[in-house]
Design a protein around this ligand. Structure first.
Ligand code: MCN
Ligand code: CUM
Length: 806
């Protein structure tokens, strides 16, 4: 492969592991493996009532009347809340994270199948569900808008006629990159003998994060203190608290949002759902705590979906494989309410990184968002804010270019990847990639896979296939991805006006044990371990002596929570910085203890030490005790050992990775078996390599699910066809190979510990590798592209030359 022998390609050795980093077992697992996790549904309060949501059976219908009298007469029912009840309180509609409005309970129309129509509060959850059947709703059916591609047609029904003057289903137009410069390169490519323009339509179907724990809330409004406590499944407790404060007109200190253990979020628990608001209203109305937990179908049908991007990509490329420019047009199906979660200035999330890992002359994309009669959501499922779609598109396009030019896809990538000496690199759409050594990372993956041997085996199988032998075809699929994670710099990034910085508080107690408060919220990522490790490494302590507190707005500093793999890039940085602040305070105390000037001390081997005298030193535990003692401290030094800080990241971090999928495809049945999967990730310095690998394992399994099995489809009436786990398939160990992981380490130059995010990398990088592999396997059938999910039917149809269209 060209580039491999390039002397400019440096091999990065992992840096010396600071004390504290390493694959220690997860502290939180002590409770999880014993079944002692504490989730929202485990919380029981005295006198607690239970809520259930009545949902629309129709995708689009006018509500003629709602009769709740029979439900109200049910002996165990305490209240039935409808949109009309909420309208009286000004709460029938709520703001979304994208400056749109969303119905809490429908008043005028229902706009998707599964939409919330009424909320019943009863003594127990069974009675609440029973009473739902007693509510009589008269609907007048309307034609639903199901196909995003026709949503903007004249005469299409208008989904959001609640919005004054709205006569179409258009939400937004957004663009990125230089349109004129891009068009110029394309015009040249079209005219030139030695260049071509390659075009493809690529769909990233609607999928769902499907966390094992569904969404729910327990609301308790104390009528005496006027304080609302909400235990809820949220990835962003502080942001939710501020939104509730704004909507309810309560001060933040009168609202406590607690996110206890969370059984998976994957982006599904970023937004605020009508059920949460109904539980709050129900607690106010009944004067009792009210719990609401949705079931599996409710979760799949009504909460944040992901993707649903209809993309057309064009590549201007020289015939010898030099990619010059990329032009993209996207139609984004946002469902009935624009409730996507992303920084304000980025209505298409970070899709702008569709230029991928390549050195382009120019690029441009235009994204149009439309309303349809489907559930809302949009940015969810380990997506790094739509980088999943961007990476999928560019990595499919590169393979399609390789197909059309009859080039090896690895060679084509090597030819176009950014080189280590180009960083920091400003992409054609304006992103400043911080660091990376892409050719090296790709080469590590190719070597690990045994790329040339695999190609030889593929050729051999193809020979046998052509000779009429019954043999599985071998497919080899690559993807190379760059992510932009760690949102983000406050000057550019906010959600509903809240800047995306994060706070951290650290308090070292007299006995030398510490408590760290952070605004990030773990849903399974292991923050209680890794964040303790960061403090441990900075202060020379044992991670076991550091308790990480998170997920309770009364106990932790403000910050925007966990999504977009931002915890390590932002909260992790805040944690390192606050620990360094404490270390500097400890230095003053240590100087007083050792009766030297603070300038004479150096931080060595996890302790403050008199320069040149290793015997004269103090550990953080010794210093903490002294800081709380009668030791005389210099003027202006108050004693105790604590600090707080807010971290506003200067840039995002840009993890990357090279993936190789090896699949066996039976062209007669369309069955795909993922034989091997090689994933080489570069997330900079790894705090806990075991946790990083766990994150990668999970994301790779996600990729198998999306590439081969998952899709939330709708019939022409707008009935959701993915509303249960019989229809929406989760990948299991049976579909997954034993993952083969590798790493390269290119620290982030601007992150205090050089770490980049990893939580979504594998979900982003794996679908294109698998799809590329399946399409590669079908080479003898002339297949150029097939859309996900590549179910046996889809693969078989593609081989017949009649690809399925979703
Ligand atoms: N880590 C590390 N070294 C690094 C980077 C990360 O040791 N260089 C560790 C972190 O400290 C953390 C974990 O790896 O313990 C993931 O870190 P990070 O990449 O910062 O991602 P977040 O913690 O912000 O997690 C969010 C990310 C997202 S957005 C989705 S979606 C997703 C994902 O994490 N949801 C998950 N992984 C998940 N894993 C589980 N089990 N459950 C989810 O809901
Ligand atoms: Cu986009 S899913 Mo994660 O960012 O919570």
């Amino acid at each position: 492969i060209a580039g491999v022998q390039d002397p400019s390609v440096q091999i990065h050795a992992a840096p010396e592991t600071p004390q504290g980093y390493g694959s220690m077992k997860r502290k939180e697992d002590a409770r999880f493996v014993r079944g002692r996790g504490h989730y929202v549904d485990d919380i029981v309060l005295p006198g607690m009532l239970h809520g259930a949501v009545l949902r629309s059976p129709l995708a689009h219908a006018r509500i003629v009347s709602i009769d709740t009298s029979a439900a109200e007469a049910h002996p165990k029912v305490h209240a039935v809340i409808t949109g009309e009840t909420l309208a009286g309180l000004g709460l029938a509609w709520m703001p979304t994270l994208s400056y749109d409005t969303q119905a809490v309970l429908a008043t005028d129309k229902v706009r998707f199948q599964g939409q919330e129509v009424a909320f019943v509060v009863a003594d127990d959850k069974y009675s609440a569900r029973d009473a739902l059947a007693l509510i009589d709703v008269e609907y007048e059916p309307l034609t639903p808008v199901i196909d995003a591609k026709t949503a903007l047609d004249r005469g299409s029904p208008v989904v959001r006629d609640d919005k004054e003057g709205k006569t179409d289903n258009h939400i937004f137009d957004w663009e990125s990159g230089d349109s004129a410069a891009t068009d110029k390169v394309f015009a040249e490519a079209e005219a030139a003998e030695d260049q071509v323009v390659v075009t493809a339509d690529v769909l990233y179907p609607r999928v769902h994060p499907a966390p094992l724990e569904t969404c729910g809330a327990l609301a308790d409004m104390d009528p005496v203190t006027g304080k609302l406590t909400l235990w809820t499944t949220t990835q962003a407790p502080h942001a939710h608290r501020t939104l509730y404060a704004m909507v309810a007109g309560l001060p933040e200190h009168k609202i406590r949002v607690v996110s206890p253990d969370i059984g998976g979020g994957f982006g599904n628990k970023v937004g605020i759902y009508p059920g949460y608001v109904c539980a709050i209203v129900a607690s106010i109305v009944t004067g009792k705590p009210v719990k609401w937990m949705e079931d599996r179908s409710e979760n799949l049908m009504s909460t944040s979906f992901a993707r649903d991007y209809h993309m057309r990509g064009e590549v201007a490329v020289t015939k010898d494989g030099r990619i010059r420019a990329v032009r993209v047009d996207v139609l984004a199906d946002h469902g009935a309410f624009n409730a996507t979660a992303q920084p304000t200035k980025f209505p298409a999330g970070f899709f702008g990184v569709f230029t991928g890992s390549y050195d382009l002359e120019a690029a441009h994309c235009a994204v149009t968002g439309v309303y349809t009669n489907k559930a809302s959501g949009g940015v969810a499922y380990a997506c790094s804010f739509r980088i999943t779609e961007a990476v999928y598109l560019i990595e499919r396009l590169v393979d399609i270019v390789a197909h059309d030019l009859e080039m090896d896809p690895a060679e084509l990538r090597m030819k176009n990847l950014l080189h280590a000496d180009q960083f920091p690199y400003q992409s054609a759409t304006g992103w400043v990639y911080d660091s990376g050594d892409y050719p090296h990372t790709l080469q590590v993956a190719l070597d690990k896979a045994g790329y040339q041997e695999l190609r030889a085996e593929q050729a051999e199988r193809r020979r046998r296939h052509e000779a009429g032998e019954r043999v599985d075809l071998l497919g080899i699929g690559l993807s190379f991805f760059t992510e932009a994670v760690g949102a983000g710099p406050r000057r550019e990034m906010d959600i509903l006006g809240l800047g995306m910085a994060d706070g951290a508080d650290l308090r070292v107690h007299p006995t030398g044990k510490a408590v760290l408060g952070i605004s990030a919220q773990t849903q399974g990522q292991g923050h209680e371990t890794t964040f303790a490790q960061i403090v441990a490494a900075e202060l020379g302590m044992s991670p076991d002596d550091i308790e990480v507190v998170h997920g309770d707005t009364d106990l932790t500093p403000f910050g925007l929570g966990t999504y977009g793999s931002r915890s390590t890039p932002v909260s992790g940085a805040a944690t390192a910085m606050v620990a360094r602040k404490v270390r500097e305070r400890a230095r003053i105390v240590a100087a007083a203890m050792l009766e030297v000037s603070a300038d004479d001390l150096e931080w060595n081997d996890g302790r403050w030490q008199v320069a040149g005298d290793p015997e004269a030193s103090k550990t953080i535990a010794e210093i903490a005790l002294a800081a709380h003692s009668s030791l005389e401290l210099p003027e202006g030094v108050e004693g105790h050992l604590d600090a707080s800080c807010v971290y506003n990241p200067p840039n995002l971090t840009y993890p990357c990775g090279a993936y190789v999928a090896v699949v066996d495809v039976d062209p007669r049945t369309g069955t795909v078996n993922v034989r091997r999967f090689i994933a080489v990730d570069d997330c900079g310095v790894r705090i806990n390599p075991m946790i990083v690998e766990g994150q990668v394992h999970g994301g790779l399994a996600d990729g198998v699910g999306m590439a081969l099995m998952q899709g939330i489809a709708f019939d022409l009436d707008g009935n959701c066809l993915g509303g249960s786990m019989m229809d929406y398939l989760l990948p299991t160990s049976l579909e997954c190979p034993s993952w083969e992981l590798g790493e390269t380490v290119t620290p982030s130059p601007h992150h205090p510990i050089g770490a980049k995010g990893i939580g979504e990398s594998a979900t982003v990088g794996s679908p294109p590798a698998i799809v590329n592999a399946v399409v590669d396997a079908l080479g003898p059938y002339g297949v150029r592209h097939a859309d996900m999910p590549l179910t046996p039917a889809a693969v078989w149809s593609a081989a017949q030359g009649r690809p399925l269209r979703t």
